[in-house]
Design a binder for this molecule. Structure first.
Ligand code: NAG
Ligand code: NAG
Length: 472
């Protein structure tokens, strides 16, 4: 940290020296953060949300904390940034650096200063939508009450990091854990109708995140979105234990970030640090797409997608969160470059459990417990996969023709209420799908697309789960 201070000071001195040599026109490129807030083109807002909890999901909250630091560097005011995160990482007993969160193997703390607007179970779909819509009276719980009360000249940036599945994003609480794609898009349309922004950019990191917008997000409501993956593939964690390149320090048994997320954030940091010409949305998309593709191999990588109003792509990121004219950061860019190893998002928690097991001392109760936990979780997943496959398989008998590939660009499902009710019917009898089980959302969607009725799902689930899984 001390080192950073020194670098900062040196940079500032260099800038001042260069400025006076160039005839004192330093205001042109040394703009103080406070100057950049008052934009003639409106206020900049950011909504940052991590949808998971648990130390094994360290990376999502680390991503969101890092994003907050980028917003601050870019000159946004705290009153215009809303952070939603469970907040159980920094002070987790598993955290080797108490009170500190990092998002890169050699990275500095990103937790300091992060506002705790909504934490714990207050991070839920209702509050996310209320915050996005700027509707204070729809909030529940005990959050800060901050919402995105943006107006027609404002620019809004939304970033979400977590697990997902076809048509759905996860939330960390105990009760409402699914944020469905149609509700996200409905809220965006409503905000547009209410003249709640001039333009809005949304970045989504999750498995199958393309399905949140594909066939759903209109191109004429001033929203530009990119996603970590297409509608049919996993997204990837990164800086994971055991990676050949970019492994975290040995005391960390968990992945420190997600590939798409660190790609856009390290790209942003690099631009802040070098104060190069402002980047456009399109340029950042291209950089992130290339890095997330794992050099075009898509092995441990995914297809970054863009949706919505692509005419916004030439916009400068300065409109949202960049401020390439500030001098507040170190010039240490090298550490940010290159592609690192990754773990499939859904398996990243198994990596954590496996590491715990490997590291515990032979013959101790801790080792036995870690082994139990890992085996239990693997068995649970295998049972869940079998159960969903059995139930949806039976319901689809004679209806296969309905799932033959929906046309590219079509949403996962037409009737979202049907999808929600199928999931509820399943969960009532078989227990929660949870963050792992969201991968099966497409099977539930297929069942709806094929015209299966709610009571048929309820019967099938009841039968399968009372016989297969007495102690779920
Ligand atoms: C805000 O939320 C409340 C409660 O859900 C709802 O009754 C009201 O219509 C919402 N206001 C707007 C402007 O959407
Ligand atoms: C990607 O390509 C670069 C440059 O060719 C190389 O240095 C790097 O190791 C490659 N990364 C992967 C994951 O293959």
């Amino acid at each position: 940290m001390g080192g950073h201070g020194v670098v900062c000071l040196l940079l500032l001195l260099q800038v001042l020296a260069a400025a006076s040599a160039g005839g004192g026109r330093w205001q042109e490129f040394l703009r103080l953060p406070s100057d950049s807030d008052e934009r003639s083109d409106g206020t900049r807002w950011a909504l940052l949300i991590a949808g998971s909890s648990g130390y094994y999901n360290y990376r999502h909250q680390a991503d969101v904390c890092h994003a907050y630091q980028i917003m601050k560097k870019g000159g946004l005011k705290d009153e215009n940034i809303v952070v939603m995160m469970y907040d159980d990482i920094a002070h987790s007993p598993d955290n080797p650096r108490p009170g500190i969160i990092i998002n890169h193997p050699t990275g500095a703390d990103v937790y300091a200063g992060v506002p705790k607007d909504y934490t714990g179970n207050d991070v839920n779909p209702n509050n996310f939508l209320a915050v996005l819509l700027g509707n204070r009276s729809a909030l529940t719980g005990s959050g800060s009450g901050k919402v995105i009360s943006s107006g027609p000249n404002d620019h809004v940036f939304v970033y979400y990091a977590d697990h997902g599945g076809p048509g759905v994003l996860g939330m960390p609480g105990e009760e409402e854990v699914y944020l469905y794609a149609n509700d996200v898009v409905k809220a965006l349309k409503k905000k547009h109708e209410g003249k709640g922004y001039k333009s809005l950019v949304m970045y989504v990191e999750a498995c199958e995140s393309g399905s949140i917008f594909e066939g759903l997000l209109p191109s004429d409501i001033g929203v530009y979105a990119t996603t970590a993956s297409n509608a049919e593939e996993s997204s990837w964690g990164t800086y994971c234990p055991g990676d050949d390149v970019g492994a975290p320090p040995p005391e960390y048994d968990t992945c420190l970030g997600d590939l798409y997320s660190v790609a856009w954030m390290e790209d942003a940091d690099a631009h802040h640090n070098t104060r190069t010409a402002p980047e456009t949305l399109r340029q950042q998309y291209a950089a992130v797409r290339d890095r997330t593709s794992a050099n075009g191999t898509y092995v441990f990588g995914s297809h970054v997608m863009q949706y919505g109003d692509l005419a916004l792509a030439p916009q400068s990121l300065d409109l949202y969160y960049m401020d390439t004219s500030t001098t507040s950061t170190s010039a240490d860019v090298d550490e940010y470059l290159g592609v690192r190893g990754s773990a499939n998002q859904r398996d990243a928690d198994l990596v954590y459990m496996w590491r715990k097991y490997r590291k515990s001392r032979e013959g101790t109760a801790e080792k036995a417990e870690a082994r139990e936990r890992l085996l239990r979780e693997m068995a649970r997943r295998s049972r869940l996969d079998t159960t969903v496959e059995k139930i949806t398989g039976e319901l689809m008998i004679g209806r296969r023709q309905f799932i033959r590939r929906r046309a590219a660009g079509q949403a996962v499902v037409d009737d979202w209420d049907c999808l929600k009710s199928m999931v509820r019917a399943y969960e009532m009898h078989c227990g929660s799908l949870g963050q792992y089980g969201m991968r099966h959302m497409r099977s539930f969607a297929d069942v709806c697309n094929a015209g299966v009725q709610h009571h048929q799902m309820a019967e099938a689930a009841s039968q399968a789960c009372t016989t297969l899984l007495p102690n779920w």
